[in-house]
Design a protein around this ligand. Structure first.
Ligand code: SAH
Ligand code: SF4
Length: 389
């Protein structure tokens, strides 16, 4: 029996090749792309401008499906979180954050993560596997059309788009799952699919230097770099990847990236850890790091209050400290935002939760438990929340 093909796995060029295999002209690929990504279609019979013979052919060889939803929770402020089953006891999270003039979707690229940052529970659970293209773009596909259905907005290019921005800040290190991530990015940008501008799609990385260069060549989008420390000794202990790509190399990679980037700054993410990286001295060291004499890295800082979990042994910096830290940066002329978080006491936040699925022996039980966590913690569930202005 031939294996069925998930058409969500295919980028525009691959769809053309797939149509050629079926003896179809290239324009069929464009039609398919629109049906799938602009209309959210999963049923070939609904694709009325395709010949019946092609629809029948597709129905026997292909399908269109995102990972199945384990749980789906909407908070009172409209933040909506889906927990998705990616098989073998692994689950990933997708979060929609509505704001006044935009809707941001935070998506995952891996189940688990091999980088193992000290403050991140996704890292603590180890690496399970890379998500496929279909599992990555499927998060956007599933979310966009679920959000439209909930509001009664028609599918298709005329319906009001719900997701205007995408950030790859869910589980996993996108640049360590490079090819599928880039393929998914290309679909996000394609006019026959989601047509998002490069400026509105952000890859967040812990600093995989060679892959930052590769991204700048293959698909430059907005870039966020998880910095978290102002010197190598500190960063070695927080982001182990720093031992391989230390700050000097990372800063140089940021500068190179900016030559191709759609935005003229890098966003540095900085997780605020009480007594670890949050003193005024650290802030001053950061300024020196990014301003480096006459060779600065144009940047903005996004301070993220640490989302604690028990095994970390770390604490969140208090709000007064975070504001004082932000002030030092701002006084030096660096645009700085503090990410709003909700729920101080959530060892059930996205990474934390997925840790529950690491042991593969009691899959159902763990899935159930995760769904319960989502119910229980409601709007406080999850790590990525709105970004303050
Ligand atoms: N792997 C990529 C993208 C996913 S992590 C990266 O590291 O950039 C997205 C962001 O969440 C990163 O900036 C990461 O440092 C931050 N993060 C991870 N664990 C956190 C926690 N417990 N509290 C607050 N932020 C956290
Ligand atoms: Fe991986 Fe990012 Fe978590 Fe570090 S912060 S362990 S890179 S997901």
């Amino acid at each position: 029996m031939t294996q069925l093909t998930n058409l969500l796995d295919k980028d525009p060029a691959q769809l053309v090749a797939y149509c050629a295999e079926l003896g179809e002209k290239p324009f069929r690929a464009k039609q398919l792309l629109r049906w799938i990504h602009q209309f959210g279609a999963s049923d070939f019979d609904a694709m009325t401008d395709l010949a019946k013979s092609l629809r029948d052919k597709l129905a026997t060889r292909a399908f269109i499906a995102a990972p199945s939803v384990i749980s789906d929770h909407t908070s009172s402020d409209g933040t909506r979180k889906w927990l998705l089953d990616v098989g073998q006891g692994n689950a990933v999270e997708t979060v929609f954050i509505p704001e006044e003039n935009r809707g941001t979707l935070c998506i995952s690229t891996q189940a688990g993560c091999a980088v193992n940052c000290r403050f991140c529970s996704t890292g603590k659970q180890g690496f399970s596997r890379n998500l496929t293209v279909g599992e990555i773009i499927g998060q956007l596909w599933m979310a966009e059309f679920a959000l439209r259905r909930a509001k009664g907005i028609e599918p298709g290019p005329k319906g009001e788009r719900q997701i205007t921005n995408v950030v790859m800040m869910g589980m996993g290190e996108p640049l360590l799952n490079f090819e599928p991530t880039v393929t998914a990015l290309k679909l996000m940008l394609d006019d026959n699919a989601y047509g998002l501008s490069r400026r509105r799609v952000t890859v967040s990385t812990s600093g995989v230097v060679p892959m930052m260069d590769k991204l700048s060549q293959e698909c430059p989008v907005a870039l966020a770099v998880s910095l978290h420390a102002s010197n190598d000794a500190l960063r070695d202990g927080l982001v182990p990847l720093n031992k391989k790509y230390p700050l000097r190399e990372l800063m140089a990679a940021c500068r190179r990236y900016l030559e191709f980037a759609p935005r003229d700054f890098i966003t540095f993410e900085y997780c605020m850890l009480d007594g670890v990286n949050d003193t005024d001295q650290h802030a001053r060291e950061l300024i020196a790091l990014v301003q480096q004499g006459d060779n600065p890295v144009p940047c903005k800082f996004n301070l993220i209050p640490f989302n604690p979990f028990p095994e970390s042994g770390l604490k969140r910096s208090n709000n007064v400290r975070i504001k004082a830290f932000a002030k030092v940066l701002m006084d030096a002329g660096i645009v700085t935002t503090i990410r709003k978080t909700r729920g101080d006491d959530i060892d059930a936040a996205c990474g934390q939760l997925a840790g529950e699925v690491q042991d593969r022996t009691r899959v159902q039980e763990r899935m159930q438990k995760m769904a319960e966590y989502q119910q229980k913690f409601g709007k406080d569930f999850g790590r990525i929340v709105e970004i303050s202005s």
